[in-house]
Structures are given as structure tokens and as C-alpha cells.
Design a protein around this ligand. Sequence first.
Ligand SMILES: *[C@@H]1O[C@H](CO)[C@@H](O)[C@H](O)[C@H]1NC(C)=O
Ligand SMILES: *[C@@H]1O[C@H](CO)[C@@H](O)[C@H](O)[C@H]1NC(C)=O
Ligand SMILES: *[C@@H]1O[C@H](CO)[C@@H](O)[C@H](O)[C@H]1NC(C)=O
Ligand SMILES: *[C@@H]1O[C@H](CO)[C@@H](O)[C@H](O)[C@H]1NC(C)=O
Ligand SMILES: *[C@@H]1O[C@H](CO)[C@@H](O)[C@H](O)[C@H]1NC(C)=O
Ligand SMILES: *[C@@H]1O[C@H](CO)[C@@H](O)[C@H](O)[C@H]1NC(C)=O
Ligand SMILES: *[C@@H]1O[C@H](CO)[C@@H](O)[C@H](O)[C@H]1NC(C)=O
Ligand SMILES: *[C@@H]1O[C@H](CO)[C@@H](O)[C@H](O)[C@H]1NC(C)=O
Ligand SMILES: *[C@@H]1O[C@H](CO)[C@@H](O)[C@H](O)[C@H]1NC(C)=O
Ligand SMILES: *[C@@H]1O[C@H](CO)[C@@H](O)[C@H](O)[C@H]1NC(C)=O
Ligand SMILES: *[C@@H]1O[C@H](CO)[C@@H](O)[C@H](O)[C@H]1NC(C)=O
Ligand SMILES: *[C@@H]1O[C@H](CO)[C@@H](O)[C@H](O)[C@H]1NC(C)=O
Length: 445
Amino acid sequence: MKTFLPFFLLLITAVHSLQCNEDQQLSLLHFKKSLAYNSSVSSKLISWNSSTNCCSWIGVTCSTNGSVISLDISRESISSGIDNSSSLLDLQHLQSLNLASNNFVGTFPKEFFQVPSLETLDLSDNLELQGTLPEFPKNGSLRSLILRNTSFSGLLPNSLGNLEKLSTIDIEYCSFSGSIPRSIGNLTQLVQFFMSMNYFKGPVPSFSRAKNLAVIDLSFNIDLAGPINSTRCENLTDLVNLNLGYNLLDGNIPSALFSLPLLYSLDLSNNQFSGPFHQISNFSSCFLEFLDLSSNNLEGPIPISIRNVRGLQRLALGSNKLNGTFPISSLHQFRSLSYLDLSQNSLSLGLDATDFSYSSFPQFRNLYLATVKLRSPFPEFLRNQSRLKYLDLSHTQIHGKIPNWIWRINTLYLLNLSSNSLNLLEGPLLNPMPSSLRVLDLHSN
Ligand SMILES: *[C@@H]1O[C@H](CO)[C@@H](O)[C@H](O)[C@H]1NC(C)=O
Ligand SMILES: *[C@@H]1O[C@H](CO)[C@@H](O)[C@H](O)[C@H]1NC(C)=O
Ligand SMILES: *[C@@H]1O[C@H](CO)[C@@H](O)[C@H](O)[C@H]1NC(C)=O
Ligand SMILES: *[C@@H]1O[C@H](CO)[C@@H](O)[C@H](O)[C@H]1NC(C)=O
Ligand SMILES: *[C@@H]1O[C@H](CO)[C@@H](O)[C@H](O)[C@H]1NC(C)=O
Ligand SMILES: *[C@@H]1O[C@H](CO)[C@@H](O)[C@H](O)[C@H]1NC(C)=O
Ligand SMILES: *[C@@H]1O[C@H](CO)[C@@H](O)[C@H](O)[C@H]1NC(C)=O
Ligand SMILES: *[C@@H]1O[C@H](CO)[C@@H](O)[C@H](O)[C@H]1NC(C)=O
Ligand SMILES: *[C@@H]1O[C@H](CO)[C@@H](O)[C@H](O)[C@H]1NC(C)=O
Ligand SMILES: *[C@@H]1O[C@H](CO)[C@@H](O)[C@H](O)[C@H]1NC(C)=O
Ligand SMILES: *[C@@H]1O[C@H](CO)[C@@H](O)[C@H](O)[C@H]1NC(C)=O
Ligand SMILES: *[C@@H]1O[C@H](CO)[C@@H](O)[C@H](O)[C@H]1NC(C)=O
């Protein structure tokens, strides 16, 4: 014990005396002085003072030799700028810099992108922070570049393709423009690719060499155009989420997308994709939970093999040129389906089900069938629905009475029965209207 205790104390002292390099301590104090922030909100900068060692400051991480390698001053209500003479640039071993969720203003100095050791840069949620991307040298060290929700703008340089270690790029809600450089196709380590809500135009690059890609989001760029059939998606076996919605993409939808083993969310809505739906999609080994192909130019019948996609929770095919008859019995297969949009096509719904109980039907929350031909009395299959919030049966050629059980669905928010041949409100109205109801449209009956 006598020999053990001093040794133990020595060990503790050694851990505590992780000595911050004096130059770096001064650089950090200098940097702190250059910042305007609200000290009653601060939980990190408030702990930075010269009477303690910088390796013990909150938000500062040192390596074993006392070099500052990581700085996190996110959520500190900082409302000043950073200039290109910032003492932060003296931290030559910095690997991670997190300035997210402040109110930084002015232009972010390009010099920071050149810090050779920098692997992670997070500037997200600084609405007034401007900047452009520099040319990136070959073999850059950046792995994670997060500029989401800032005022960064300009073009993406071709040299983005030099960042061969890049695994996450998130520049959503910025103001970048121009085309997405093809050199992106050289990035093999990409896992997350978030570029929605910018002003990109031109083609979607090929990602076929990025075999670890899990998420691609290029939605809401408005002018991304051209086909995606050369994107060679069959190799993207780790892809879980693909969102290309709200662009100008056209041509066929690559059928390989529907057999990617991990893909659970596919949104290609609001584009100009065309071709016969049943030809592009073999649903026999498809594990999608969210499929949105609405507002395109897809034609022909809905392939019957869609029954195989048992896990579907959201199926949106509205506003296409689909035709033929969709058998209502198919819905029986989708136990988790809560959102179904078949509206604004030339579809018919085949009320072929007499031999099974509607009680085992999925419980819908949103059911949009406008213009789907039912040619029947008010559909009985809705009788056991208890979670419906939006129900649109307008222009569906239904006739006869509006059954009184419909008012028992006490979650209803919108009920559109307009432009049909309904002629009677069935009584007695014990439970007149669900209190949740906000929109009731019965016109043109
Ligand atoms: C600083 O933050 C506190 C708490 O949010 C707030 O009450 C105070 O008005 C802020 N001070 C300034 C100068 O913004
Ligand atoms: C410096 O920071 C430490 C730890 O946050 C605190 O205990 C100490 O009072 C501070 N000293 C001064 C002079 O502000
Ligand atoms: C200190 O550690 C950093 C980061 O691990 C390293 O890059 C640097 O070369 C080291 N410095 C010295 C003097 O050993
Ligand atoms: C730093 O910025 C100032 C003004 O923005 C500019 O005049 C100067 O050349 C820049 N210095 C470096 C080293 O880039
Ligand atoms: C962007 O950042 C601002 C300020 O931090 C925040 O209020 C807003 O919700 C963020 N917007 C998005 C889309 O994340
Ligand atoms: C890239 O950097 C790594 C070490 O970080 C090195 O091993 C490799 O040779 C470099 N490649 C090129 C092409 O410079
Ligand atoms: C991909 O990298 C190779 C080798 O570095 C280069 O020759 C090619 O031009 C790059 N492709 C693109 C599209 O930048
Ligand atoms: C897909 O991967 C296979 C095997 O790894 C490879 O041979 C093929 O060239 C890849 N296809 C594309 C389009 O990159
Ligand atoms: C992609 O589709 C366009 C038009 O739909 C067609 O002209 C082109 O040949 C197709 N390219 C490939 C690689 O299939
Ligand atoms: C659909 O895919 C399955 C397996 O992926 C395959 O066995 C079947 O032949 C395909 N059907 C068509 C019509 O291509
Ligand atoms: C469905 O539309 C296609 C063309 O889009 C047409 O050739 C076919 O005859 C239509 N089928 C029905 C049943 O209307
Ligand atoms: C509604 O559910 C009840 C009990 O689950 C069942 O007995 C009845 O047949 C169902 N009605 C319809 C129309 O499916």
C-alpha cells in the first residue's frame, strides 16, 4: 500500500497535467476576446480563462502531447465574425472545428479549409454566415463538411473530387448554384450526401463508385434535369434513402432502384419521369416503406407485384397518367400502410372484395382517391377506419347515401365528397360531426 499510493497519485497528476501548449492557450484566449457572445447563454467560452489550463476548458480537446485537436463552440450565441487573421488559424493540429448554431456573421475565411489536419468542419445553422468553397488540394483530409443552413453560395469546385476521404457532405438550405461536378463520382468513401434546397442545375452525377452511400438528398433544386438511368444505381447496395423530388428529371426510372436491399425510402416525386410503370418496376424483392412517385408522367397500370412490398407505410402515385384497375384486395396486403395517394390518374378501384373482412384492412391516416373510379355506393371498406384524418373521395362516381357511421371517425380533419352522385345524409345523426372536422366539401352532388 505504501508504495502503491504515491504511484497512484502520480498517475492522477499526470492525467491532470495534460499541459496545453502555451502558444495555443494564448491563441484561444485571443480568439475568445475577438468574439461577441452572450455570457449568460454561454456554457463553453465562459470556462476559458488564463487561470486554468486550456486542455480543461469546455469544448476544447487536446491530444496526449497537449496540442488542441478539437474545438466545439456550438450553441454559444456568438454574434460576431471571424476574419482571416484569426488566431484560431494558429492551431496547426486542429482536426475538428464546430461553430454550429450560433449567429456568426460576415464571410467565413477560406484559409480554414486549408488547415491540413482538419477532418471535420461544422458551420451549420449560422444563417448570416457567408462564404464560398475554395479549390481543394489533392489528398485533402476533410471527412465531414457541414454547411447546412448558412448563406454559403457560389459554385462547387471540381476539386471537391480531390477530397477522397470525404464521407459526409451536408450543404442543404444554402445558396449554391451551377452544376454538381462530375468529379463527385470519384469519391469512394461517401456515406451521406445532402444537397437539397440549393439552386443546382444540370445532371445528377454518377455515384456508382461510392459503395457505402447510405443517403442521397438532392430534392428541391428545381433545375436539376436529365435522365438518371446512367447513374448506375445497382451498386449502391447500402443506400437507405434516395430523395430527388422537386426537380426537372426525366426519362425512365431505373428498375435497379426497386431491388436495392436496404432502400426503404424513395422519393422521385414532382419530376418528369415517364414510361410504363409496370415495365420499370419489379417489386418482387423490394423492401420500401416510403415510395413517392407522385406528379410525374408514369403510364399504364400499377403492377400487381406491388403487393409484395408488405412493409409499405406511404404509397404516393397521384398525378401521373396511370390507368387500369387496381384491385382493392391488394390493399389487404399492406398492414402498415397509412398514407395512400392514387388521385388524379385514370385509375379504377376494383371493389372485388367480398370474401374477406375489411377489419383487417390497414388503418389509413391519409387516403386520397380523387378521380379514381369507384362507380359504387359509398365504399363499405372505410367502415372500420378509426384513424383517418384526410379523406378525399371527390370525383369518384359514388352514389346513394352518406352513411352515418362516417361521423364516428372522430379523427377526421378533411372530408371531401364533392362531385359525386350522393343524394342522402343517412340518419339518425347521433354523433353529428367529429369535433376534429375542419373541412367538409359536399358540393356538386
Ligand atoms: C442573453 O441571454 C439571456 C437569456 O437568454 C437574455 O435574457 C438576455 O436578454 C440576453 N442578453 C443580450 C444582450 O442579448
Ligand atoms: C476560470 O474558470 C474556472 C473554471 O471554469 C473557474 O473556476 C474560475 O473561477 C475562473 N477564474 C476566473 C479568474 O474567472
Ligand atoms: C502532437 O499531436 C498532434 C496530434 O496528434 C500531432 O499532429 C503532432 O505532430 C504532435 N506534436 C508533437 C510535437 O509531437
Ligand atoms: C484578409 O482579408 C482582407 C480583407 O478581407 C484582405 O485584404 C487580405 O488580403 C486577406 N489576407 C489574406 C492573408 O488572405
Ligand atoms: C436555420 O437556422 C436558424 C437559426 O439557427 C433556425 O432558426 C432555423 O430553424 C434553421 N432552419 C432549418 C431549415 O434548419
Ligand atoms: C494521401 O495521404 C496518405 C496519408 O494521409 C498517404 O499515405 C498517401 O500516399 C497520399 N496519397 C497521395 C496520392 O498523395
Ligand atoms: C477521377 O480521378 C481520376 C484519377 O485521379 C481522374 O483521372 C479523373 O479525371 C477523375 N474524374 C473526374 C470526373 O474528375
Ligand atoms: C459494380 O460493382 C462491380 C463489382 O464490385 C464492378 O465490377 C462494376 O464495375 C461496378 N459497376 C459500376 C457501374 O461501377
Ligand atoms: C437514358 O434514357 C435516355 C432517354 O430516356 C436514353 O436516350 C438513353 O440512351 C438512356 N441511357 C442509358 C445509359 O440507358
Ligand atoms: C423479378 O425479380 C425476381 C428476383 O429479383 C426475378 O426472379 C424475376 O424473374 C423478376 N421478374 C421479372 C418480370 O423481371
Ligand atoms: C392505358 O394507357 C396506355 C397508354 O398510356 C394505353 O395504351 C392503354 O390502352 C391504356 N389502357 C387502358 C385500360 O385504358
Ligand atoms: C368491422 O370490424 C368488426 C370487428 O372487428 C367486424 O365484425 C366487422 O365485420 C367489420 N366490418 C367490416 C365492414 O369490415
